[in-house]
Design a protein around this ligand. Structure first.
Ligand SMILES: [Zn+2]
Ligand SMILES: [Zn+2]
Ligand SMILES: [Zn+2]
Length: 375
């Protein structure tokens, strides 16, 4: 398929062309002979961050706000600084090469990253119990329990995951403890109720063979106090905490979850995708609402398709089991620069990614480990 973005079906609104100076300044292009912006061909365009996110669903968004935005240019000086600070943060890398290298080529690209976050709430109910401590019982005699989704609770701040449990009104009833049969205590399993166990030192023989003398551990009794029950022979029931009765009730478990869909636009440079997914970007567009609409007219078609795919995936995954409370979609610009350099007659490559100039080193001439050079 022809993916040239100048195709009429991929760019909906081109009305801004007449009014906006689209080409970056000439000196920018000179310094970046291989720059590869979103829109290819002879129109080098970059997007401009909006003053406020357009919020009208389905309306044609005015992407002209996004134009003219320039990626901060990575100069040789910036590239060298980024590598030096990376090298200095690693004990196994020598800094001489980073200082002496000769930069041959800087290839800069601006990638787009689309993210969709869907904050949802799911509810389940289950029977549970706790020791009954004689407080009043909120049972069915006080009314009918509300339905699962009719119970009103405090929602945590949006996009903050949490799980909380609530007691469903009018669902309580009191029963004898099934573990101790209402006794509050049960026989110790360590000593079977005796309170003592066979002496582990003389195995109950009361005497030691070598040297032949009375066992000192048990003072010749052959038995020792049971450590499990401290000699009592029985233990407090852990289920009812000795209360003999249990309060059974329906528990509502609410889970607030943030589902993430992420897409990074394609690029030709050989930098691992997982780094770009985590890289710090600059927000070009942000749209947050109880439900967001797919972006259909972003000039980079892959991003519009990702938005449509992400929203469809989330609604399909959540439809039957959760309620969507809030959605947020963002488009971020993630700068990526490939740096080729010479050092002692060989060519090496590293990448600078993200607005904070993180470095990914493919190979590096000066790498040591515990003092020994890895070649
Ligand atoms: Zn015991
Ligand atoms: Zn003994
Ligand atoms: Zn019990």
């Amino acid at each position: 398929m022809d993916r040239d973005l100048s195709d009429e079906d991929s760019v909906v609104d081109l009305s801004f062309e007449a009014e906006s100076p689209l080409a970056p300044p000439a000196e920018l292009l000179e310094r970046l002979p291989s720059c590869d912006w979103f829109l290819q061909g002879d129109r080098h365009q970059i997007f401009f961050p909006p003053l406020e996110a357009p919020g009208r669903p389905q309306d044609q968004r005015c992407w002209s706000w996004f134009l003219e935005h320039r990626v901060p240019v990575v100069t040789e000086e910036v590239a060298r600084e980024a590598l030096l600070s990376f090298v200095n943060s690693k004990c196994c890398y020598g800094s001489a090469a980073a200082g002496d290298l000769v930069i041959r080529e800087l290839k800069q690209q601006a990638l787009c990253r689309y993210r969709l976050e869907t904050f949802s709430e799911s509810r389940i109910s289950e029977w549970t119990f706790q020791p009954f401590t004689n407080h009043s019982v909120d049972g069915p005699q006080r009314g009918t329990s509300p339905r699962l989704w009719d119970i009103k609770v405090q929602v945590p701040p949006m996009f903050q995951e949490d799980t909380r449990k609530f007691q469903v009104p009018h669902s309580s009833l009191v029963k004898e403890c099934h573990k101790c049969h209402g006794r509050g205590r049960y026989k110790c399993s360590g000593c079977h109720g005796a309170g003592t166990v066979r002496c582990p030192s003389c195995s109950g023989a009361k005497r030691k063979a070598k040297p032949a003398r009375r066992c000192q551990m048990c003072s010749g009794s052959g038995r020792r106090r049971c450590s499990t029950c401290s000699g009592r022979g029985n233990k407090t029931c852990a289920t009812c905490k000795g209360e003999k009765k249990l309060l059974h009730f329906i528990q509502l478990v609410i889970a607030w979850k943030n589902n993430l869909f992420e897409f990074v636009s394609e690029h030709q440079l050989d930098c691992p995708g997982e780094l770009l997914a985590k890289a710090r970007g600059e927000i070009l567009f942000k749209d947050e609402n109880t439900m967001v609409y797919p972006i259909v007219d972003f000039p980079l078609r892959d991003i519009s398709l990702a938005s449509q795919r992400g929203i469809a995936e989330h609604s399909a995954a959540l439809a039957s089991r959760a309620r969507v409370l809030q959605q947020r979609q963002t488009i971020e610009l993630v700068p990526l620069t490939e740096v080729r350099y010479w050092y002692q007659g060989k060519t090496y490559v590293y990448y600078i990614y993200g607005t904070d100039h993180r470095v990914y080193v493919v190979d590096y001439p000066e790498k040591y480990c515990c003092g020994c050079t890895i070649l």
